[in-house]
Ligand binder design. Sequence first.
Ligand code: LLP
Length: 427
Amino acid sequence: MSHFSYQNGELCAENVPLTQIARQFGSPTYIYSKAALVENFSSYSDACKKHGRGEGKALVCYSVKSNSNLAVLNVLGQLGSGFDIVSGGELLRVLAAGGSPRKVIFSGVGKSRDEMRLALSHDILCFNVESIPELHRLNEVAAETGKRAPVSLRVNPNVDAKTHPYISTGLKDNKFGVAYEDALETYRVAASLPHINVIGIDCHIGSQLLDDAPLLEAVDKLIDLIDTLAAEDIAIHHLDIGGGIGINYNNDAPVAVGDYLSRLFAKIDAWRAAKHGGAPITVLFEPGRSIVGNAGVLLTEVQFIKHGETKNFAIVDAAMNDLMRPAMYEAWHGVQPVLQRDVATQIYDVVGPVCESGDWLARARELAIGEGDLLAIMSAGAYGMTMSSNYNTRGRAAEVMVDGSAAHLIRKRESPGDLFALESLLP
Ligand code: LLP
């Protein structure tokens, strides 16, 4: 169910009209629905429970990069979520939001020594290692601290995720993971290092996947590898399938999370029964978009209506620095007027004030709008605020979370002064 809907001709987040949020907190503003977050997280946790995978048998590690606001992390942490991080900064966010480091997995191809030290000092659940040089570095850093680093190898299963090339990560020719053919040898190296403790295997093949077939294909490959490793006495205790399930942006029909998990657990159960006498294996997930994507919108106000020679432009106060996805991936986001008005519709490009032709949020949309109207850019909860920048010395948007009839400010709007506070003149 969508938690953004029209009530009496006015678009609301849960029970709060977006006009009220604009009056109270200004524009542009990211607005999240707490109920949507809870519902989306529960689609994973409920499916895990339904298949007999309670605490310790499955862990949903929300992918922090998709939306790292402390309030978002806190809500998910309270529901029992773990966290998939890609930097020391994200670890500090998880801790500041009250998340448990024992449920943190650390992904990424370029972890620094400092980041490794920080993560080791907090005894995180697992490092998802992506190369042999990284294994050696982690072994050295762990030795300095007298610990053994828990490790999973990110294996690149070489399956086609059939998604946008920029967000497809499981094919041979990209920078992520250890090539499938090299995985066994890399595990042997890992097992030989005194300060590395091999505990898992992981993959992440891409994002915005509408079909789960590529994920299930990747799991088949990981399962084969786990059996090969078992024959060499390298025991794998958890299988991490990454994130990737897509959301509906524009009449997309992504697989339902519950259906995907049913097929996945059926496959895993059959394999464990046949090859491992039914001994369970813990299953991890790293979803981002499917948890926050449709839980957020970007509220923006029309500044000017401009009639060009061939096109009409709605110039709004949000821009590519606020929501980069259209400029970067030609991504499609729905645009909904906050008030349904009785004016003639026209075809508009919705564009921002930034000095780039690539600064557009939506193209060729039929809208009944005028100057001063509020618009909601839909499905903007994931990779919206986290990818925003200060280009053109634009302060980043405010963030608000709605819970029932209450709207809470969860990040203040940046002021221009904030933007150059860290800079200094020459002496
Ligand atoms: N795990 C790893 C290792 C990842 O790299 C990612 C996302 C995820 C999990 C979460 O994937 P999700 O469930 O959200 O699909 N900026 C792009 C998306 C980049 C995804 C990067 N990796 C966009 O706006 O579409």
